[in-house]
Ligand binder design. Structure first.
Ligand code: B12
Ligand code: SF4
Ligand code: SF4
Length: 215
């Protein structure tokens, strides 16, 4: 008989999801629109295509925009199926959108997937501000499901960027420094990119492309 954790892994694997973490929801995590208390989270990721990322030089390409939307769709569909599965077992589950901004002024989602991914030991916050997965770098997009289902959680893993400065050197907005990212500079650049014909989204992809987990 599979336990809850094994059953979730089996379900997510059946949707092509291989990057999976389990965590307690950090007590001080910011939440928007969510009043209910959920003690735990399943956070999972989909690795972006290397061929798509290779089309990016210093700005987003239209094929990256399409891939970004497709991967968000895969993550959102999977989160929805997982939440349904948990609720069918008589427990609570809330699927969080992969990439929905709720507070446009502060640029916030419902809950930070990065915070949950770090808590689940999937990676560390790199100089770029992105979650750097231990095998695939920043080339992973995430979604999460909050729940009260019982399962064992993963341990937080200690890691750093070391001497790597690839994202610092590549960022077209010069937004990344030794100590981290200035997301206001990034946001201004993304607003500019969104005006490129056919892009229409706050995307870039440059710091994602260079952070391939091979430092
Ligand atoms: C709004 C938003 C933005 C805003 C940024 C606003 C902001 N201040 O975060 C803008 C438009 C600028 C943006 C840009 C990008 N974004 Co964005 N964005 C989001 C969104 C929708 C919400 C983010 C949010 O609520 N932030 C609020 C703050 C409180 O949380 P946070 O920044 O996520 O997390 C910080 C803290 O929690 C803290 N922290 C957490 N744990 C730990 C642990 C330690 C040890 C430390 C020190 C700190 C720490 O540090 C984190 C990083 O600063 C998320 C989806 C989501 N719901 O999470 C995607 C998301 C963060 N974006 C993502 C990506 C990839 C991008 C872009 C590359 C655009 C693109 N797709 O081409 C750029 C990258 C910019 C960069 N260098 O980080 C991915 C990140 C994936 C990854 N591997 O990390 C996400 C998670 C979407 C997804 N489904 O995967 N984004
Ligand atoms: S490119 Fe290098 S410095 Fe930048 S976040 Fe990734 S590992 Fe860290
Ligand atoms: S998304 Fe683009 S502009 Fe923003 S930090 Fe990454 S490379 Fe720089």
């Amino acid at each position: 008989m599979l336990d809850n954790r094994q059953q979730i892994v089996t379900l997510l694997n059946s949707f092509g999801i291989k990057i999976i973490g389990f965590c307690d929801v950090p007590a001080k995590i910011e939440k928007i629109e969510i009043e209910e208390f959920f003690p735990r989270a399943v956070v999972f990721g989909f690795r972006l295509s290397e061929s798509v990322l290779r089309t990016i030089e210093d700005r987003p390409t239209l094929i990256y925009k399409h891939h970004y939307k497709t991967v968000n769709w895969i993550l959102d569909q999977t989160a929805c199926h997982l939440a349904r599965y948990v609720e069918d077992q008589g427990m609570r589950a809330l699927a969080l959108p992969a990439s929905q901004t709720v507070d446009w002024e502060k640029q916030r989602g419902h809950v930070s997937h990065k915070t949950l991914a770090v808590a689940a030991g999937l990676g560390h916050i790199g100089r770029s501000g992105l979650v750097v997965h231990h095998d695939f770098g920043a080339q992973v997009r995430y979604a999460s499901v909050l729940t009260d289902m019982e399962f064992t959680v993963d341990a937080y893993t200690e890691a750093t960027c070391g001497d790597c400065k690839k994202c610092m050197n590549a960022c077209p907005a010069s937004a990344i420094g030794e100590a981290g990212v200035d997301l206001n500079l990034c946001l201004n650049k993304l607003k500019e990119f969104s005006k490129i014909r056919g892009v229409g989204q706050y995307i870039c992809g440059v710091c994602v492309k260079v952070c391939d987990g091979r430092n």
